[in-house]
Design a protein around this ligand. Structure first.
Ligand code: URA
Length: 425
């Protein structure tokens, strides 16, 4: 079938034959199919979904659009964690060095900002000199030596995902189960890992706002993981408010450092420990969550997890001493009445952050390392009229005003007592 017939077939609810899906995606990777035509296919998949077999095929095609890493020669468990979107999620920066210190190997492939959510790579690249675009031969050596590393999706690894991810970001085709599964699982399987934990974000800042949709996504991710021989565990975490105290660019790197010094916010630390415990148990390093927490706490308290973080950053060219995230402009958002914080519109906060320079509206937008916000209060907190809810900052006064305008109405204050649970399971 030609590309337009393939799109028409999907739009009429039919499955795409393996060969046709393969030629469409390889045609796009090799620039024989343009962005507009690919957008047609993405929208058709977004609207009509894919069967399980189509999803397996999609993952397989995306894996084989590039090379795969191999770690069979290593003596310890090789694994990764992946969080599905989110605002303020800096857990990869903490979990990679923490688990590496515990002896596990983590060859992480991280992504850039997607829609209203932040990207681990964008945050890491606020560190002067940090390189995530590393040839995989070099990256595999780095993982062997340091037990961890964070790689960008490069032209060598899942190039099909690289192109499609950037296009989905600007065409409103992000929140689709088959497309998210294809994107995440192709990269994870290409890493050559044995085990994986997935942080399934649920709530108004997640790609999947309801537990029902999030469960559908999670079960498909797990099914694909197991199909390709990767032991996959799931954690459902609440994204009805930003994670941690800071959301944005360099300020999230700083929060990750704080967590590695035992000085991070409780919620960020709790999500990291919960996710890390799944891999500690999978690998046999801990028998349960309590034992995992005790081991990981020791590794933080004795300084070795932070040392590993420094080593990981330096091995990829980053200079932590050269970091300067001080913003040129700052604005506060104030509570307009007294009461209890009932809810936050986390997607709206994410879009405000994008306006301020933490995400892309066009494929080639340049991000602002100093941009972000500090969240002074969370759901369930008592606030008084005039209290500061957020401090927002970045390098461009106009962008800051635009972001602040979006974030200003994102918090609802009322009078009901509200409980916020960080996890759904
Ligand atoms: N993370 C990814 O890598 N891909 C998606 O589609 C969503 C989150």
């Amino acid at each position: 079938m030609n590309p337009n017939d393939i799109i028409a077939a999907k739009n009429s609810g039919k499955s795409i034959p393996t060969q046709d899906l393969h030629s469409f995606i390889s045609g796009y990777v090799e620039d024989r199919i343009d962005d507009t035509t690919m957008t047609g296919l993405l929208k058709a998949i977004f609207d009509h979904g894919m069967t399980h077999d189509e999803i397996y095929t999609l993952v397989d095609i995306m894996i084989h659009s590039g090379k795969q890493m191999h770690f069979e020669h290593l003596d310890e468990y090789v694994c990764d964690k992946h969080s599905i979107g989110g605002v303020g999620d800096k857990t990869s920066l903490i979990i990679a060095p923490l688990l590496a210190t515990a002896g596990l190997y983590l060859p992480m492939i991280a992504g850039r900002s997607l829609g209203h959510t932040g990207g681990t790579l964008d945050k890491l690249e606020t560190i002067p000199g940090f390189r995530a675009d590393i040839p995989i031969v070099e990256f595999q050596k780095l993982v062997k030596n340091n037990h961890c590393g964070i790689l960008a999706q490069t032209s060598e690894i899942c190039p099909a995902d690289g192109k499609i991810y950037a296009l989905r970001d600007v065409t409103g085709t992000i929140a689709s189960v088959p497309l998210i599964v294809g994107s995440i699982m192709s990269k994870k399987i290409a890493e050559g890992i044995q085990g994986l934990v997935l942080d399934i974000k649920v709530g108004n800042g997640a790609f999947m706002p309801t537990l029902e949709k999030a469960t559908e996504l999670a079960e498909m991710l797990k099914e694909v993981g197991e199909h390709f021989g990767v032991k996959t565990d799931l954690v459902y975490s609440n994204m009805d408010q930003p994670l941690g105290r800071f959301s944005g660019m360099g300020c999230e790197v700083q929060e990750a450092i704080d967590c590695l010094h035992s000085e991070g916010p409780e919620d960020t630390t709790a999500v990291c420990f919960k996710l890390a415990s799944k891999l500690m148990i999978q690998s046999g390093k801990a028998k349960d969550e309590a034992e995992s927490n005790s081991i990981l706490n020791t590794l933080i308290e004795n300084g070795s997890a932070y040392e590993k973080f420094e080593m990981m950053i330096a091995a990829q060219g980053g200079d932590l001493n050269a970091c300067d995230f001080s913003p040129a402009y700052t604005l506060e958002i104030i509570a307009e009445k007294s009461g209890i914080i009932q809810s936050m519109d986390t997607t709206q906060i994410g879009w405000g952050l994008v306006d301020m320079g933490c995400g892309r509206k066009q494929k080639d937008d340049i991000l602002d390392p100093s941009a972000g916000l500090e969240c002074h209060h969370k759901i369930g907190d008592d606030v008084k009229k005039g209290d500061v809810l957020f401090t927002c900052f970045c390098h461009d006064e106009e962008k800051l005003k635009m972001g602040v305008e979006k974030i200003t109405n994102s918090v609802i204050i009322g009078y009901e007592e509200v409980e916020f649970s960080l996890f759904y399971n």
